[in-house]
Design a binder for this molecule. Structure first.
Ligand code: ASP
Ligand code: MG
Length: 417
């Protein structure tokens, strides 16, 4: 039997009116036939509120492992509420529906509370219930550990719940309903000519998500790619049955995309910092020592550049990370200055990363040239560059972020007419 998974985010279930609208959307989808599983987030703002409660109750003294497991119990409760409410709203419409919590599905996770990973799924009775025509309304974001404790999947994790359920049910599609009608070429708040992308490959979406496009949790895209689950990003704000109802963005295998762009999207992030170590000894093992120190300090390093310094046998080491991590990095490196023997350290937080993403880069030349020329024409100085097969990222002064994104959007023919 054909099964479909639908997922509704926080703004789509923000209050009883929105939940009632979602019930109409689900009811319309139920008329298409086939089994339906619906994953819900907490009402928007609810998870933040619960996070605040947990932090306040714990105070300064209760941290780490002693905090995280009970944090999960508290913050996962928002999804329990919406799953029950939506099940009721569906029953009100004469549909068969029931709620499912993470432990009832046996959506098993690791015990890394607060950011658990899904390890497996024991949903047999569950699939049978879906096939029997009972709409499954699933509390997203939560699972259960081998120790029978509740665990959550990290912020934005109900996207990942939805994809996991879709994979387990071998669903034909995982439809993620949100408050925008798809994935855009870039942030429409800064580029008014940004366009909805009709179809995008998993690889590109993975880059877009990890580079700051907030529509989907990065892990959900990873999971979808591994299990070949097609994702559709749709708006829950249209009337069911209206023209716009089925228009969104399809996230799928590259080979299913007919019209390929060289560059599909532009992402940016202002939460970046650049750390420079001047005058590092140019000897084997130095990079290893610096980066193992950073790893121990839990600094997530992004771009890395090493260049010869002027003095003999000296190099400058540059890396980027988030603003928050740069503080950890500075502290750790400061303490180790004598041991590492570098001359000086500089931390700049007024930097931003702008990236162009596209599978077309694999087969087109001149992409970097177009990018750098567009920036040069606007007088924007490029600080650090990093590339992968389908992405070029640059670090620039934060004040130029919007200008850079707009210039690149135009240069790669992404502007809507
Ligand atoms: N409610 C959770 C959060 O706000 C999970 C989600 O919405 O995906 O992060
Ligand atoms: Mg979300």
């Amino acid at each position: 039997m054909a099964r479909t998974v639908l997922k509704f985010g926080g703004t789509s279930v923000a209050d009883l009116d929105r939940i009632s609208h979602v019930a109409d959307v689900v009811a319309a989808r139920a008329r298409d036939g086939g089994g339906l599983a619906v994953v819900v987030s907490a009402m928007s703002g609810e998870t933040n509120k619960l996070v605040g409660y947990a932090q306040e109750a714990a105070g300064e003294g209760v941290t780490g492992a002693a905090f995280n497991d009970e944090y999960d119990v508290v913050v996962s409760s928002g999804e329990q509420v919406t799953s029950g409410l939506l099940a009721l709203a569906l029953r009100k419409r004469g549909l068969k529906a029931r709620s499912w919590l993470g432990w009832q599905l046996a959506l098993k996770t690791t015990n890394t509370h607060g950011s658990a990973r899904i390890t497996g799924f024991q949903g047999e009775g569950f699939a049978a219930s879906v096939d029997a025509g009972e709409i499954a309304v699933i509390a997203g974001f939560q699972g259960v550990t081998d120790e029978a404790r509740v665990a959550t999947l990290g912020r934005g994790g109900s996207d990942t719940s939805a994809v996991a359920v879709a994979a387990a049910l071998e669903a034909k599609s995982c439809d993620i309903y949100t408050d925008v009608d798809g994935v855009y070429t870039t942030d429409p708040r800064i580029v008014s000519k940004a366009q909805r992308i009709p179809a995008i490959s998993y690889e590109e979406m993975l880059e877009m998500a990890s580079l700051g496009a907030k529509v989907l949790q990065t892990r959900s895209v990873e999971l979808a790619m591994n299990h070949r689950v097609p994702i559709r990003v749709l708006s829950s704000f249209h009337e069911p049955g209206s023209d716009m109802d089925n228009v969104g963005t399809l996230v799928c295998d590259e080979e299913h995309i007919v019209e390929k762009q060289v560059v599909s999207g532009i992402a940016y992030s202002r939460d970046e910092a650049k750390v420079t170590l001047f005058g590092v000894a140019d000897t084997p093992g130095m990079a290893s020592r610096i980066f193992s120190l950073l790893a121990a300090a839990k600094v997530n390093v992004d771009m890395i550049v090493q260049a010869n310094a002027r003095g003999p046998d000296r190099a400058n080491m540059v890396f980027t990370c988030t603003d928050r991590d740069s503080r950890l990095a500075e502290e750790a490196l400061h303490q180790a200055q004598a041991e590492l023997g570098y001359e000086a350290i500089e931390v700049k937080t007024d930097v931003a990363k702008v990236s162009i993403i596209g599978v077309g880069m694999k087969s087109h030349t001149g992409v970097a040239e177009t990018m750098f020329r567009a920036l040069y024409e606007k007088g924007i100085n490029i600080d650090v560059i990093s590339t992968s097969e389908i992405k070029i990222s640059i670090l620039i002064e934060a004040a130029y972020t919007e200008l850079a994104v707009r210039a690149l959007h135009t240069a790669f023919d992404l502007d809507a007419d």
